[in-house]
Write a protein that binds this ligand. Structure first.
Ligand code: ATP
Length: 448
C-alpha cells in the first residue's frame, strides 16, 4: 500500500468520480450500505469477469452455477448456520450500543465506558417471511454465503455435466449478513457479493488441492496488479477454525486499517455433503468409476468478496504524484479492471474537430469500453481519466484534420505516440495485450 493512501481519500475519490456512493443518500444514507456508480459498476463487473474467466472459462474442471438467494430453511439447519453462525454480543447498559465481544477488552463500553452485559450469541442471518403470512412456519433466510446453493445442487451438476472428479462448481452472487460491526467503507457490509468456488476432490487428495488453490488464488491478485508485499497468507489456528473446516488459510491484504482478510480458502472436508445427505435423505455419494468405489467428496473452498477485492484493487492502485508542480492523483489499475478502456478527447469543442472525434469514438466503441468527453480543458479531462484509471486517452487536435493522425496518451508514463486513425484499434489492442507503450506501433513497423 502506498503511504499516500488512506481510507478517507479512497471514499472521497469514489464519490467524486462516480465509483461508489452512500446508499439512499438523499434520505441521509443507510448504515454500511453502498451503491456502485457508473464507474464503480464497470470496475466491479471487471473484477467478477476476471474471476469467472480464471476460475471457469480458462479451466475444464470447473462449471458455473447461479442459485437463488432464498432457499429451503432446512438448508441452514443442515449447514450449521442456524446453530453456529453467530457472534457473541455485549450491550452497553448506559448508551445501549452493541459490541462484538471479540472487539472489546474487558467489561467496559469503548464509547462511554459504561458497564457491558455478559456476551450473548446473536445469529447473523437476516430473517424474512415467504408468502402472505408472517408466522414461524414461513420463516426463511437471506443466504449468508453462496456455497450452500452449490452443495444442494451437487448431484444435479454431477449427473448433467458428465464431468468426473476433481470438479469445481463456481458461483458469484449476493450474500447477506447482519454484521454487528460494519465499517471501513465497503470492507464489511451487510449486503455484499461473494465469489465462491467449491472444488470437489477425492478424500486423501484434499491437502494437496488446498495448497494448489491457496497458490492459485494468491497469484490471481498478483497477476491483476496487487503488489506482492501487500499480500500475505495466514493459516488459521486450530482454535479458530470454523465448525466445518479441517484447515483454512486467509489471504490477507494490507488495508489502511492494517492486515485484514481478503479471501478465505478452506478445506471443508465432507461436512456439507454429509450434512445435506443426512437432513434431506438424498444419497450424495459420488461413484468413482476408475476406482470402482463410492465416497462423499471432500471440498476445497476459495471464498472471496467482490466488494472487498474491489477495495483492495482501488487501494493498491491509488497514487499521488507531482507533475509540473501540480498534484496528480492516479489509479494504476490493471487495464483489464479499469472502468474505461479508452477515452476519446477532442482538444476542444470546436465544431471542426467533432466529426473526426466522433468517427474515432465509433471506431473504438465496439471493441473497448470507450468514453467520449469534450467538456473543460484537456488537462482537467486527463486528470479525470487518471483518477478513474483509464489506461489510454486518444486526443484529436487540429493537426489530426490535416494528417489523419491522433495522439494516444498512456496513463502511467504519460508518454504519447501519434497513430493514423485507421490503425488506432489495432494499436490499442496491441497495447492492451502488453506491447510496451513506447515500442514502435504496429503501423510504423509495417511501413518500414
Ligand atoms: P470476516 O471475518 O472479515 O467477517 P469471514 O471470515 O466471516 O470474514 P468468509 O465467511 O470466509 O468471511 O467469507 C469469505 C470472504 O467474503 C471474505 O474473505 C470477504 O472477502 C468476504 N466477506 C465476508 N463477509 C463480508 C462482509 N460482511 N462484507 C464484505 N465482504 C465480506
Amino acid at each position: 500500500m502506498s503511504d499516500k493512501v488512506d481510507m478517507d481519500k479512497i471514499v472521497s475519490l469514489c464519490k467524486r468520480r462516480g465509483l461508489v456512493f452512500p446508499s439512499s443518500e438523499i434520505y441521509g444514507g443507510l448504515a454500511s450500505c453502498w451503491d456502485y456508480g457508473p464507474m464503480g459498476v464497470e470496475l466491479k463487473r471487471n473484477v467478477k469477469d476476471a474471476w469467472w474467466k480464471s476460475i471457469v472459462h480458462e479451466r475444464d474442471d470447473v462449471v458455473g452455477l447461479d442459485t437463488s438467494i432464498m432457499m429451503h430453511p432446512g438448508v441452514w439447519t443442515a449447514s450449521g448456520h442456524i446453530d453456529s453462525f453467530t457472534d457473541p454480543l455485549m450491550d452497553c447498559k448506559s448508551c445501549h450500543l452493541r459490541w462484538r465481544a471479540d472487539d472489546v477488552e474487558g467489561q467496559r463500553c469503548p464509547k462511554c465506558d459504561g458497564e457491558l452485559t455478559e456476551p450473548r450469541m446473536f445469529n447473523l442471518m437476516f430473517k424474512t417471511f415467504m408468502g402472505p403470512v408472517e408466522e414461524e412456519a414461513s420463516t426463511i433466510y437471506l443466504r449468508p454465503e453462496t456455497a450452500q446453493g452449490i452443495f444442494v445442487n451437487f448431484d444435479s451438476v454431477i449427473t448433467t455435466s458428465r464431468k468426473k472428479l476433481p470438479l469445481g462448481i463456481a458461483q458469484i452472487g449476493k450474500s447477506f449478513r447482519n454484521e454487528i460491526t460494519t465499517g471501513n467503507f465497503i470492507f464489511r457490509t451487510r449486503e455484499f457479493e461473494h465469489m465462491e468456488l467449491e472444488y470437489f476432490v477425492k478424500p486423501g487428495t484434499d491437502e494437496e488441492w488446498l495448497d494448489y488453490w491457496v497458490k492459485e488464488r494468491f497469484d490471481w491478485y498478483v497477476k491483476l496488479g496487487i503488489r506482492k508485499e501487500n499480500l500475505r497468507l495466514r493459516q488459521h489456528g486450530k482454535d479458530e477454525l470454523a465448525h466445518y473446516a479441517r484447515d483454512c488459510y486467509d489471504i490477507e491484504y494490507l488495508f489502511p486499517m492494517g492486515w485484514s482478510e481478503l479471501e478465505g480458502i478452506a478445506n471443508r472436508g465432507d461436512f456439507d455433503l454429509t450434512q445435506h445427505a443426512k437432513h434431506s435423505g438424498k444419497d450424495l455419494n459420488y461413484y468413482d468409476s476408475e476406482a470402482d468405489e463410492k465416497y462423499v467428496p471432500y471440498v476445497i473452498e476459495p471464498s472471496a468478496g467482490v466488494d472487498r477485492s474491489v477495495l483492495a484493487f482501488l487501494i493498491d492502485a491509488y497514487d499521488e504524484e507531482e507533475v509540473e508542480g501540480e498534484k496528480r492523483t492516479v489509479l494504476h489499475l490493471h487495464p483489464s479492471l479499469a472502468p474505461i478502456n479508452v477515452a476519446v478527447l477532442p482538444l476542444s469543442r470546436n465544431q471542426k474537430l467533432t466529426p473526426l472525434a466522433k468517427e474515432v469514438y465509433k471506431q473504438l466503441c465496439p471493441s473497448f469500453v470507450t468514453d467520449y468527453d469534450d467538456s473543460q480543458s484537456i488537462g482537467r479531462r486527463y486528470r479525470r481519466q487518471d483518477e478513474i484509471g483509464t489506461p489510454f486517452c486518444v486526443t484529436i487536435d487540429f493537426e489530426s484534420l490535416e494528417d489523419k493522425q491522433v495522439t494516444i496518451r498512456e496513463r502511467d508514463s504519460q508518454g504519447q505516440i501519434r497513430v493514423p486513425v485507421g490503425e488506432l484499434k489495432k494499436v490499442i489492442e496491441a497495447k492492451f495485450k502488453g506491447e510496451a507503450f513506447d515500442a514502435s506501433p504496429l503501423w510504423a513497423a509495417r511501413q518500414r
